[in-house]
Write a protein that binds this ligand. Structure first.
Ligand code: NAD
Ligand SMILES: O=C(O)C1=N[C@H](C(=O)O)CCC1
Length: 277
């Protein structure tokens, strides 16, 4: 095979994966390395992480990938056309400033973001596209639409509860997905989640106020991610359920978003934009 690049083909976007040693980071590195239309140009992790300075392929137990894990985000992101980021809220805000400077697409899967983080991302999105979703899978994004529809069809005689289960390492609750589903249910009812969200229950809580949306979080073992939206009325119940059994569904969505974003202008986007839902 010739070493010469086929000049008829557009250049393949260069991708930096952040949190490269993490559960999602490793999955993303594998899929980007295998992708015919993308190049892995950087693998970032936090200072002190034992993989810093090693080839990402060998650190993951495979063949060398030709990309060294680094904690130098400034240098790595300067050469990226896309940054795929599943890390922590504070780290994500830092990466957003750098992707804005590089005019690179920032695909954000990080959950647990607070109002200050979200405001910082809005500011960064004035300079480059940001595609963010608490869940990047096709199935969950379809479920969001179904949840909105069912909530719109049912009156306040139907109580809405979102129950989620995740692995023992997850640090935020409710999950980003549960919040997406709760927001969709609230929208379906013509309100906002902030107005109807019930705080976590414990002790003598009193009876359930009508029209509220509650959340319950289960943590244990290696559960990848499970979500039920329960609509409960007198005498009947509807349960909308999504079960994730493989993190690849999130990584595939993120890669699709990175490619989709290549010809988009600055702004805030989500997976509904990417998937055309
Ligand atoms: N949106 C989705 O579809 C989706 C799917 C799965 C997970 N998530 C979210 O993605 C995030 C990561 O999940 P995970 O299970 O991979 O976690 P993890 O703990 O396995 O990985 C996080 C990685 O980020 C790294 N990191 C932390 N701070 C950093 C910094 N300042 N710079 C660079 N790297 C840094 C850690 O060292 C680690 O490698 C969580 O917020 C989780 O909820 C979202
Ligand atoms: O493993 C996690 O952490 C997950 N986080 C997302 C969430 O908070 O909803 C998506 C599912 C997996």
């Amino acid at each position: 095979m010739s070493d010469l690049q086929n000049t008829d083909q557009p250049p393949r976007p260069g991708v930096v994966v952040t949190g490269a040693s993490g559960r999602m980071g490793q999955m993303l590195v594998r899929l980007v390395l295998d992708h015919p239309d993308l190049r892995l140009v950087g693998a970032l992790d936090q200072p002190g992480q034992p993989w810093i300075g090693q080839d990402i392929g060998t650190a993951m137990g495979g063949a060398p990938a030709g990309v060294i894990v680094s904690d130098d985000a400034v240098t790595a992101i300067a050469q990226a056309q896309a940054v795929i980021d599943f890390t922590t809220p504070d780290a994500t805000v830092g990466f957003a400033e750098l992707t804005a400077q590089a005019r690179a697409v920032h695909v954000i899967g990080t959950t647990g973001l607070g109002p200050d983080h979200l405001a910082a991302l809005e500011a960064a999105a004035r300079h480059a596209p940001i595609i963010r979703a608490g869940n990047m899978s096709l199935g969950v994004n379809l479920l969001v639409g179904l949840t909105r529809k069912v909530a719109a069809a049912l009156g306040e005689g139907w109580d809405i509860e979102v129950v989620e289960s995740h692995h023992r390492h997850k640090v935020d609750a409710p999950s980003g997905t549960a919040l997406m589903l709760g927001e969709a249910a609230a929208e379906g009812r013509g309100t906002t989640l902030d107005d109807v969200r019930t705080p976590a229950r414990e002790g003598i809580t009193g009876a359930r106020p009508p029209g509220t949306i509650g959340f319950a979080a289960i943590r244990g073992g290696d559960v990848v991610g499970e979500h039920d939206v329960i609509f409960a009325a007198e005498g009947e119940r509807i349960v909308l359920r999504h079960l994730a059994t493989d993190r690849a569904i999130f990584a595939r969505g993120a890669i699709r978003a990175a490619l989709w974003g290549q010809d988009k202008g600055p702004g805030s986007y989500d997976m509904h934009d990417v998937l055309g839902l």
